[in-house]
Design a protein around this ligand. Sequence first.
Ligand code: SF4
Length: 494
Amino acid sequence: MAAAIKRILYVAHDHLNKNFGVLKDANKNTDAIVLVESARMLTGRPWHKERLFFLTSSARHFAYQLESDGYTVRYIKAPTTIDGLKIARKEFGNLEISCAEPSSHVQQKQLAEFGVQFVENDFFLTSRSLFNLWAEKQKTYVMENFYRAQRNRLGILVKDGKPEGGQWNFDADNRLPPPKNYDWPKYLEHQRDAIDLEVAKKFDHTATSTWATTRAGALAQLKNFIDNHLHGFGPYEDAIAKDNWALHHSLLSPYLNNGLLHASEVVAAAVAAYERGDATIGSVEAFVRQVIGWREYINGMYWYLGEDYKNLNGLGASRKLLPLYTDSTKTQMNCVKSVVADVEARSWVHHIPRLMVLSNLALTTGVNPQEFLNWMREQFIDASDWVMVPNVIGMAVHADGGKLMTKPYASGGAYLNRMTQHCKGCAYDPKKRVGDDACPFTTLYWDFLDRHKDEFVKNHRMSQQVNGLKRLSDLPELRERAKQVLAGLDAGTI
Ligand code: SF4
């Protein structure tokens, strides 16, 4: 068999799809498909165990499936990816190795240095060169402009150049607070098989039934979303509920990001539901925007902005990662405790707790962007370098001086009180900015504006908020309270 092999096709753990990347023209007779379970990838950082389980078990299932389909497959365990490729060359000869363009600058460099040939990464709907053409023409990189261009280019929810439903964006309708006494559909449970159990054992982990590790499971999750959630997705997409961790979110990002699902099929399923009359335009548009807009934009910007972008620290934030991020018992803030406990349990929370709670806190306390980036990268099941670098550096903690977002996303307790159900029963009062029971978010919101007022006042989208400081008669007390809050957060007592 080995003598007939002419090429080695390397498949990274986030390119698990037969129809895309290097596998789309794989030949059963002449290609050897190689996956590498690299020890450095698994042990190099304090990864969340659910994440390790998901990525490893998905890759092992994928290799097993390819082999069952008649391909020559090697699933190689090695200290590093390059070591694994050397083992493959030892068996098959000094053959050309190809793979899809990798998902991080570091991996791209390592593989290129080893002489690996790249085919275009078509796990996205926008190639890197096409995105660059768009970005080079922009004065500011506003995502909404990119998104509308995507709708037109891809012909999605567009008729005769006009948007379906008469609007490009239904965001303004999609900001309802969490509903009371609402009947959320059941979560889909994913059963575990022998491969899953072996992988869970390897990581000394009890896997939840939350995440599928096969394409069949990922397709079942897609169907569950379309049948039971898409219709209700839009209105509550920005809410955080106490009685349900998933709300109507799709839970598809892990599969989109490891290749088990492709953006094209996910979008097609949502548009088909709209055309059948099974989901409103407001919900379908909101979902489509996440996939063809935000996801593609973030990947495009990751490559466009280059390798050094991840080191930016425009606000000079130097605080160490707060202890509550690695231990949810280290805070009395109900919203934060609950969100971090959810991350601990499932390696996932939806984009609003990530932004409004976790990132808002990192931003307003001045946690070092790279420390926060590392934590987000390690904890989330759907995290990759391309996802987390622009999302954290640009969107979450505004460390890039406003390249991605024209203003930082900072909010006080009042907005959290509206959009979450956590304030009732919390040790703190969202309306108060001073005093022992003042909500830390409210105090820190004003303190953050105060600390950075000289730079923010020049930003026309921030000047109104900054000028609000002038109305605070209790600013000296607020500054004192902020010092206590920051010290308490550092000590894990607030
Ligand atoms: Fe969070 Fe503040 Fe509300 Fe407590 S009062 S749950 S800390 S927003």
